[in-house]
Ligand binder design. Structure first.
Ligand SMILES: NC(=O)c1ccc[n+]([C@@H]2O[C@H](COP(=O)([O-])OP(=O)(O)OC[C@H]3O[C@@H](n4cnc5c(N)ncnc54)[C@H](O)[C@@H]3O)[C@@H](O)[C@H]2O)c1
Ligand SMILES: O=C(O)C(=O)C[C@]1(C(=O)O)C=C[C@@H](O)C=C1
Length: 368
């Protein structure tokens, strides 16, 4: 497709969607706007967008597709602005926000003016923010949830899916209510719990200095998402307040049940609690994105000597395997360190593991 695509909010998601759209529709012109001028400048410099608009008004006026990728409370404000502007007759407006009920409600003013709005939510992401974290591969195989209202035609939905086909995501339609409940359970609530676990550890760390140094492995796995943007999560919590409060009540009941099992030392129930959770977790689809993090880590046990990192990166560079991140976990001090290397694809991770195993005697694994 050709035409003008206007992306408002040039962060992780806006930037990644811009890359996907450009990859699939080379003749389209991608125009971007961000309240943070530095993000917009970077987006242009990194050729994620073709042009920077200096306001929402100027970017929106002659666009065929307008995509809002800002924190959800800002999205509400932007929808209101868009509703007051002269737009192209057949423009499609969509968003990428993590909540849908409040956004679709706000967009009803567009419906009254005959403007098409289709709520959207690509179910993949990361704890990283900003344009520099954007990548075209982010949504591959992920679910992309759409919440079209009844008056939206099949053709308009097809047009939007065509614009977004470069995401290589799988589209699913649902109502805004259903969306907010499901994402509440599998995304919003886990983020709240992750933040609460970090708070608990932080409190303990004021009296137990070793807590921060020992917080590795499982703690890091389960709290990675607590490093996400606080602005984004504040807005999501406020939008999905009812679902969050109801899940919190369920969770408190669940924790009371756990306390009961422990108090009565009911070993069979405790075993079943972990066993049933393991079974459900193990059966989750492995290759799909979504609730599973959108990057691939390889753990390498390395001896603590100078030059070991360049040795490993040298091996991977010779095989032309790209690394997106590299860090050392010091969980097993004075014996071995654990080098954690992140890759963009599972294939890169598999190739890297094979290379490291055939060139060194360091052990590799995909989990600690
Ligand atoms: N991060 C994820 O994992 C993820 C995944 C799917 C959907 N989402 C949703 O996508 C949206 C964007 O999230 P992100 O991770 O890209 O955040 P981000 O912080 O990386 O980017 C958001 C960008 O929006 C800009 N912005 C804020 N207010 C603006 C305004 N009024 N006008 C123009 N630009 C404005 C910010 O300056 C920032 O550059 C959010 O609604 C979020 O809920 C996030
Ligand atoms: O991988 C992560 O860091 C994410 O938190 C991504 C995640 C999720 O909870 O799965 C976060 C919010 C989005 O709305 C969709 C995806």
């Amino acid at each position: 497709m050709d035409g003008r695509v206007f992306i408002i909010g040039l962060g992780l998601i806006g930037g990644s969607l811009a890359l996907c759209i450009k990859k699939q529709h080379e003749d389209a012109t991608i125009v971007g706007f961000d309240v943070n001028a530095e993000q917009a400048r970077l987006a242009r410099m990194l050729t994620v967008i073709d042009e920077v608009a200096d306001s929402i008004e100027s970017g929106a006026s002659d666009s065929d597709l307008i995509l809002i990728a800002t924190p959800v409370k800002e999205t509400e404000r932007i929808l209101q602005i868009l509703g007051s502007l002269p737009l192209k007759e057949n423009v499609i407006i969509t968003d990428a926000g993590s909540t849908k009920k409040e956004i679709v409600k706000k967009a009803s003013s567009l419906k009254e003016k005959g403007i098409t709005f289709i709520g959207g939510h690509p179910m993949a992401g990361s704890h990283k923010s900003g344009i520099t974290a954007a990548k075209a591969i982010l949504f591959e195989n992920a679910f992309y949830l759409l919440t079209p209202e009844d008056h939206i035609s099949e053709e308009q939905i097809q047009d939007l899916q065509c614009w977004l086909s470069g995401t290589r995501a799988k589209f699913i339609m649902m109502s805004p209510m259903e969306h907010d409940y499901l994402t509440g359970v599998i995304s919003h609530f886990p983020h709240m719990i992750a933040a609460s676990l970090v708070h608990q550890a932080e409190k303990t760390s004021t009296t137990q200095k070793l807590v921060s140094r020992l917080a590795a492995g499982g703690f890091r796995d389960v709290t990675r998402i607590a490093s996400s943007s606080p602005e984004m999560w504040r807005d999501i919590m406020l939008h999905n307040k009812e679902v969050m409060l109801s899940l919190l009540t369920d969770w408190q009941e669940e924790m009371n049940k756990v306390a009961g099992m422990l108090t009565s030392e009911n070993s069979e129930e405790i075993y079943d609690y972990f066993s049933q959770a393991k079974q459900f977790r193990d059966e989750l689809p492995q290759k799909q994105r979504g609730a599973i993090p959108a990057f691939y880590d390889l753990f390498v046990d390395v001896p603590d000597y100078p030059g070991v990192i360049s040795e490993i990166t040298g091996i991977l560079a010779r095989e032309e395997i790209s690394i997106t991140n590299i860090r050392i976990l010091e969980t097993r001090e004075e014996i071995y360190g654990v080098l954690v290397i992140s890759f963009q694809t599972e294939e890169d991770r598999e190739c890297a593991a094979t290379c490291i195993q055939s060139n060194t005697n360091y052990e590799t694994s995909i989990g600690l």
